[in-house]
Design a protein around this ligand. Structure first.
Ligand SMILES: O=C1O[C@H](COP(=O)(O)O)[C@@H](O)[C@H](O)[C@H]1O
Length: 256
């Protein structure tokens, strides 16, 4: 098996979401065949909820024992619980809310109305990760990590030309003065994301084309943070045709 980055292109956003959902269900079934539980990192942004809604719309999702799946988030916007702009709330509305799973299976970041300050909230989430740590890791061994990619190449809440992408001594960081609202956020760090067995980027739209093209052409993680992320076993970019317009043809596997 090769761990080269693969780019799978789909004609449009709808077919992209359906294809990723189908692969997710199939891969989870495989994983749960050999493991007691699976750990999945979810993303926010334009594709996070869209993919989860497609999972929920697929009749095949009922073949998964969701009580054996743990859900984490790659980042969160520092907003009150239940705010429609929170990544966990968007996931709940899209799909998680309809699942009958133990509360302990979902691991949302603390909210801004939790009574915690931002720094303390990062520590609380780090402790939650550590409580599920295995193999000497201060976090779970993530089976699948979904990441969206911003038009500027940011992933999770790790933005270009900031020191956050370089942090390697913590699992969770508070983010302040984010260039994208809201200004305060929480994010997993690069080493945690890169410890995932599989990283699945999902991105659609012409505004993502430049960042994706740069990342695949060898730009630095400082310039486009997405360039610094790679799964241990697999790294796949699931994209639509618009987002793929600046990807070198030699890297593209057309999925239709
Ligand atoms: O704010 C965020 O943005 C990124 C990318 O979102 P998109 O809407 O440009 O696709 C997302 O991955 C992240 O989880 C979110 O907090």
């Amino acid at each position: 098996m090769t761990n080269e980055r693969r780019v799978l292109v789909h004609p449009d956003k709808g077919s992209l979401a359906g294809s990723v959902a189908a692969r997710f269900i199939t891969k989870l079934l495989d994983i749960l065949d050999t493991q007691a539980v699976a750990h999945v990192v979810l993303t926010g942004g334009s594709m996070g909820g869209t993919v989860l809604a497609a999972v929920g719309a697929s009749p095949a999702h009922t073949s998964i024992d969701w009580s054996r799946v743990h859900f984490w988030w790659g980042d969160e916007r520092w907003l009150p619980a239940g705010d429609a702009e929170r990544n966990d709330e968007q996931a709940r509305v899209a799909f998680l809310g309809e699942l009958d799973i133990p509360d302990g299976n979902t691991h949302p970041f603390p909210a801004s109305d939790s009574g915690l300050e931002l720094d303390a909230a990062a520590e609380v989430y780090a402790a939650e990760l550590a409580s599920h740590g295995v193999d000497g890791l201060a976090h779970p061994l993530f089976d699948i990590t979904f990441l969206g990619v911003g038009p500027d190449g940011h992933i999770a809440s790790l933005f270009p030309h900031r020191s956050d992408i370089q942090v390697v001594d913590r699992t969770v960081i508070p983010v302040r003065n984010s260039p994208k609202p809201p200004p305060e956020r929480l994010s997993l760090t690069r080493p945690v994301l890169n410890s995932s067995q599989r990283v699945w980027f999902v991105l659609a739209g012409a505004d993502k084309a430049s960042a994706l093209g740069l990342a695949l052409a060898g730009a630095s993680r400082d310039e486009v943070p997405v360039a610094g992320i790679k799964g241990r076993r697999r790294t796949v970019f699931f994209v639509d045709a618009d987002a793929a317009s600046e990807v070198p043809e030699s890297l593209i596997a057309r999925d239709y």
